[in-house]
Design a protein around this ligand. Structure first.
Ligand SMILES: [Zn+2]
Length: 242
C-alpha cells in the first residue's frame, strides 16, 4: 500500500521478523534492526522504545515477531509502527547456552545478509535453527554449539558462500569420502594437493562429520568438531565480509 502524505511517499509493510539489534537513540527512542521475511535486513526508528516497554513490549530477540513498518521512499530508515510476538521460543530463552548460540547466529545473519534484500533460504535456516534450539528438551538433543556449527554451514550455503567439502574447488576432483583434504575458506572449499593445497587440513573422519552437519545432521559432530567447524565458518565469513 502506498499513500501520499504531504510530499513524502510512504508505504506500510507487515512482515514476520527477528530482532537482530537494538541501539538507544536520543533520550527515549531506539534504532532497531530486523531480519525480516519480506525485506531481509531492515532498520527502523522505534519511538519511545527505550523510555517505556509499554510502547513495544514485544521487542525481544529470539522470538518470531510480526512487525509493521512504515517505509519512506528515499529514506534509509523506516519507522516501526507495531510489533507483536507471533511465536514465542521460551525454552530457548530460558537457557544461557542456547541464548549464546542463538545470539551468535543472529550476529552472523546481521553480518552476512545484505540490507533490503529478501533471503528466503536464510530466513528458513535461521528460523529452523531457533525452533530446533527451542524444541530440544532439557539436556537432550545436540549441544547448542553443534547446532550452531550446523546452522553456520547451512547459513553459508543459503547466502551463496557454501563450502564445497567434497570436491576441489579449482579442478573439480572428487576427494573421496575417506581421505583427508586441504580446505581454503577464502577459495570456497577443498583445494587438492595438485592445485596447491591449503594451510588447513581436514582429517577424513572430521570432513565426513562436517558434511553430515552441512546436510542437517546436527548430532553428527563429535568432541571438538564444533569448535573446529566454528573456526572454519568464521574464516569463511571473514573472507566474504572483510
Ligand atoms: Zn584440484
Amino acid at each position: 500500500m502506498a499513500l501520499r502524505s504531504g510530499r513524502v511517499l510512504r508505504s506500510r509493510i507487515r512482515t514476520d521478523a527477528l530482532l537482530v539489534r537494538k541501539t538507544p537513540f536520543g533520550d527515549a527512542d531506539a534504532i532497531v534492526t530486523f531480519f525480516t521475511e519480506e525485506r531481509g535486513i531492515v532498520s527502523a526508528l522505534a519511538r519511545s522504545a527505550m523510555k517505556s516497554s509499554k510502547r513495544f513490549p514485544s521487542l525481544e530477540p529470539m522470538h518470531l515477531l510480526h512487525v509493521g513498518l512504515e517505509e519512506r521512499v528515499g529514506a534509509e530508515l523506516g519507522v516501526l509502527v507495531e510489533s507483536a510476538i507471533a511465536r514465542t521460543r521460551l525454552v530457548l530463552t530460558a537457557s544461557l547456552d542456547r541464548l549464546e548460540a542463538a545470539g551468535h547466529a543472529l550476529r552472523w545473519v546481521r553480518r552476512a545478509a545484505p540490507p533490503l534484500t529478501p533471503e528466503p533460504a536464510l530466513w528458513a535456516v535461521i528460523n529452523g535453527f531457533l525452533d530446533d534450539l527451542d524444541a530440544d528438551g532439557a539436556g537432550d538433543g545436540p549441544a547448542p554449539t553443534a547446532r550452531l556449527a550446523g546452522l553456520g554451514f547451512r547459513l553459508l550455503a543459503a547466502i551463496g558462500w557454501g563450502l564445497d567439502l567434497e570436491r576441489c574447488v579449482h579442478c573439480g576432483r572428487d576427494c573421496g569420502e575417506s581421505s583427508s583434504a586441504f580446505v581454503d575458506p577464502a577459495a570456497g572449499g577443498l583445494v587438492c594437493r595438485a592445485c596447491g593445497g591449503a594451510r588447513l587440513l581436514l582429517r577424513e573422519g572430521r570432513r565426513a562429520r562436517f558434511l553430515a552437519s552441512t546436510m542437517g545432521d546436527d548430532g553428527a559432530l563429535r568432541g571438538d568438531d564444533a569448535t573446529a567447524a566454528l573456526e572454519l565458518i568464521e574464516a569463511t565469513l571473514a573472507a566474504h565480509t572483510e
